[in-house]
Design a binder for this molecule. Structure first.
Ligand code: ADE
Length: 228
């Protein structure tokens, strides 16, 4: 039976999914708890990788190498950088890139690129799931780096460099390692802030609850899985 790897970066991003698992077994490995079980008729392994590129890459490799994940869905929040969407809307990663890496050097080893396309079937399934739930979604470019973007100058520099629709801290690392293993993946991001001072104040300083964004993301993942 096909195994889906489902990842988030923060405990909040996966706890609603974990709560819906049937027949769950929790396996701790290298600092991460892997929740094996079923969502509907699909076999899944759900985990919280931790934040940033290293955590994302390591956990993706464990999902594939140890737990046999054959497709990967990453679900989380991001800072919006597009005028086409707003807070609460979703970006589905048609392309995922780094905003803080030297792409030509990254591309010297497998998968020999630093522009990671989302798997077409998974991207379409995510867009269809958003549509059926009445969630505004954009298939767009997601940029990843090891920092929370919470000031206008950094936001402008990232826009000038890679012109993404949103910014986050894990997607490209997940996509790079998935591609290295030839495992299809997709990155889904609900917009929690506008990658500016206000977002930093709310999410980082005040540790704002992200549960409403996570509820949306959880519904999308469940709906997607049903269709796959
Ligand atoms: N995740 C959610 N908002 C973010 C931001 N502004 N920068 C990086 N990652 C984020």
């Amino acid at each position: 039976m096909e195994v889906f790897g489902i990842m988030g970066a923060m405990p909040d991003e996966v706890e609603q999914l974990c709560a819906q698992l049937d027949g769950v077994e929790i396996i701790p490995f290298a600092g991460v708890e892997y929740h094996m079980g079923y969502l509907g008729d699909k076999q899944v392994v759900v985990c919280c990788a931790g934040m940033g590129k290293a955590n994302a890459a390591a956990t993706t490799q464990v999902l594939i190498g140890k737990f046999g994940a054959q497709r990967i869905i990453f679900s989380g929040i991001a800072g919006n950088m597009s005028s086409k969407i707003g807070i609460g809307d979703v970006v589905v990663g048609k392309t995922v890139v780094y905003h803080d890496a030297q792409d030509d050097m990254i591309a010297k080893s497998a998968p020999f690129t630093a522009q990671f396309p989302g798997d077409e079937t998974l991207v379409q399934a995510a867009l269809d799931a958003c549509k059926s739930l009445g969630v505004t979604a954009l298939a767009g470019k997601i940029a990843t780096g090891d920092q929370f973007v919470g000031d206008s100058a950094t936001k402008a520099a990232i826009a000038a460099k890679v012109n993404p629709d949103c910014v986050e801290m894990e997607g490209a690392a997940v996509a790079q390692i998935a591609a290295k293993n030839q495992v299809p993946c997709v990155i889904l991001r609900a917009m929690s802030d506008n990658a500016d001072e206000e977002g930093h104040e709310r999410l980082v300083v005040k540790d704002f609850s992200i549960s409403e964004y996570v509820t949306t993301a959880t519904q999308i993942v469940c709906s997607m899985l049903k269709s796959l």
